[in-house]
Design a protein around this ligand. Structure first.
Ligand SMILES: [Zn+2]
Length: 574
């Protein structure tokens, strides 16, 4: 990839258009605002600047340009993000043309899907079709949910790809072929395939169910450059509109349940893919709705691991309700029973808020003297993991359920919260770990703004004396960007270098700086910033000396300096 290509893609695209594909952007003065997709929040602190073509979140500190947004949002590497955006911008990349027939993994998945869908119509798929028919999925719904069939042979897809000119290395990268000792072969053999799509509706993986009873019941695509299990929900692309409209999502456990729910008239249903719930999935759901109804079969919903996952979702700001299905029934069973739709509909309406559901699963223990305190502790622990405001909503009912007085439970909860903070258990949302290096959270806004001003002003870069600037800077990353700029490196060069090396923090700092710079109007922004940074530096020194003085360790010169600083800080000059 060349610098020109990167520049051209950026020029042709408007960051507002690109981000608007993922988020609901509202106008906010000269900028746009949305709920941040990278951390959980209830009031929007994610800003997009059309002028600067950057984004910045004041909540979690992430930020950058159109490339970094797509990289974080879609979990792509820079070359992948470049390819995606180049396609959108209509820029053809030389690098991929020369790449020995390299193809887009999405195209590859699309081709595989088309192949598998043809197979399910073939004579060889008779047993598959009749299996689905028995489970209540007729040919019309096979079409609707785009279900496919992987023939039982070892190389059906492999041979098809060879004919169609798709490189086997990439098919292996996408998880469709496996490189074994005896050569390359198909991953999916003799299985019904459910296509797994991303939120935009592109095929990213498959879930394969056996019908012969050979091997595992389900085999799924492995993680790949385009597929992350943790941040995917089955049928979300089909469900997102209904989720938004009804402002609720229904969460079930498997492909079959999800499909049957859609068929029965609950199009707001999605399924997890055999993992416990993740923070990423919570963030994903939160983009479309505030409420999530969990609809697992009874013995799974009551398990500790499942409940922990639910607290995670609730802690991420989703209102979690748990549906209590009749013992031994999954949603599919219930829907297939007499009056199933109405029964389920009613259960959804009367679903329990999570803390109360938790108490219900512990009912037996709570009435048993020997198990009571343990059960109580587990419930309190769950409650303490929620934001205080969330937890407080349920206190009266929880107190009643636990057989405690309201003041008692407030006290116990307070104690539990304190011990959690002490133990450092107050976990950061998992999503934050992934792109931690892309955060500018800890950067001083003034330093970032100064750095940004240099970034956009070539005249300033050429004339500013380094010895004037550097003593005022604290942050190592700001210093190194500033140094590069003052030494005459071009912003475009720097940026393409960061993108290629995967360094995210510099762009995040610049985006933060651009956002903060908006607070300063006029032509003398540079002077104002320098002045503010000087004051800040003086203030730090003032505090340092004050402490030294208090300990009786300050020299005469330092006492004098301290007095001068105090005067200057008060007077607003120096
Ligand atoms: Zn954020």
């Amino acid at each position: 990839m060349s610098r020109e290509e990167i520049e051209e893609v950026k020029e042709r695209l408007d960051i507002v258009d690109v981000i608007a594909d993922y988020l609901h952007l509202g106008r906010a003065g000269r900028n746009y605002r949305a709920l941040c997709p990278f951390h959980s929040e209830k009031t929007p602190s994610f800003y997009v600047s059309p002028e600067r073509q950057t984004w910045h979140c004041f909540g979690c500190g992430r930020g950058g340009d159109v490339f970094t947004f797509v990289m974080e949002q879609e979990r792509l590497s820079f070359p992948e993000a470049l390819r995606l955006l180049a396609e959108r911008a209509g820029v053809s990349l030389k690098s991929t043309q020369n790449g020995k027939g390299a193809v887009d993994l999405y195209d590859l998945m699309k081709e595989a899907h088309a192949f598998y869908r043809r197979q399910i119509q073939s004579a060889g798929a008779e047993t598959a079709r009749s299996y689905l028919e028995k489970r209540g999925i007729d040919s019309k719904n096979i079409m609707r949910f785009e279900i496919g069939w992987a023939p039982p042979g070892w190389d059906s897809l492999k041979r098809h790809f060879a004919k169609a000119g798709f490189p086997p290395e990439q098919a292996a990268q996408a998880g469709l072929l496996i490189n074994g000792e005896k050569g390359t072969y198909d991953r999916f053999r003799g299985r019904i395939l459910f296509p797994i799509k991303d939120v935009r509706g592109r095929i990213i993986a498959f879930g394969g169910r056996t019908i012969s009873g050979d091997g595992a019941k389900y085999i799924n695509s492995p993680e790949s450059p385009i597929y992350s299990k943790r941040s995917t929900l089955f049928l979300l692309d089909a469900a997102k509109k209904a989720i938004k409209e009804k402002n609720r999502a229904i969460l079930v456990e498997g492909y079959m349940d999800a499909i049957k729910m859609h068929m029965a008239g609950f199009p707001e249903t999605v399924a997890t893919l055999g993992t416990s719930l993740t923070e990423e999935q919570a963030t994903l759901l939160k983009r479309f709705s505030d409420q999530c109804l969990i609809c697992y079969d009874a013995d799974i919903a009551g398990q500790e691991a499942a409940i922990r996952g639910m607290y995670l979702l609730q802690g991420a700001g989703l209102d979690i309700r748990v549906v209590s299905l009749p013992e031994g029934m999954d949603p599919d069973d219930l829907l297939s029973s007499e009056g199933g739709f109405d029964r389920l509909d009613k259960l959804l309406e009367t679903a329990d808020p999570l803390p109360l559901f938790h108490i219900r699963t512990k009912e037996a223990e709570l009435t048993d003297e020997s198990k009571r305190s343990r059960a109580r502790r587990e419930i309190i622990e769950g409650l303490a993991s929620l934001p205080a405001l969330e937890a407080n909503r349920y206190l009266p009912e929880v107190a009643k359920g636990l057989g405690l007085l309201l003041p008692e439970i407030v006290g116990v909860l307070e104690k539990e919260r304190k011990s959690r903070t002490r133990k450092g258990q107050k976990k950061r949302p998992a999503g934050e770990d992934i792109a931690a290096e892309g955060k500018a959270e800890t950067v001083d806004p003034l330093e970032a703004a100064l750095c940004y001003l240099l970034w956009i002003d070539p005249r300033l870069r050429a004339t500013v004396p380094p010895e004037l600037v550097f003593p005022l800077l604290h942050d190592e990353a700001v210093k190194s960007v500033t140094a590069a700029l003052i030494q005459g490196e071009e912003p475009a060069e720097l940026e393409s270098r960061w993108l290629e090396t995967g360094e995210r923090r510099p762009m995040a700092i610049l985006a933060a700086g651009g956002a903060h710079l908006e607070e300063y109007e006029g032509n003398n922004r540079w002077e104002v910033l320098l002045e503010a940074l000087k004051r800040k530096k003086n203030y730090r020194r003032f505090l340092f000396l004050k402490e030294k003085k208090a300990r009786g360790e300050a020299s005469i010169e330092e006492v004098r300096e301290f007095a001068d600083l105090a005067k200057a800080l008060k007077g607003g000059s120096r």
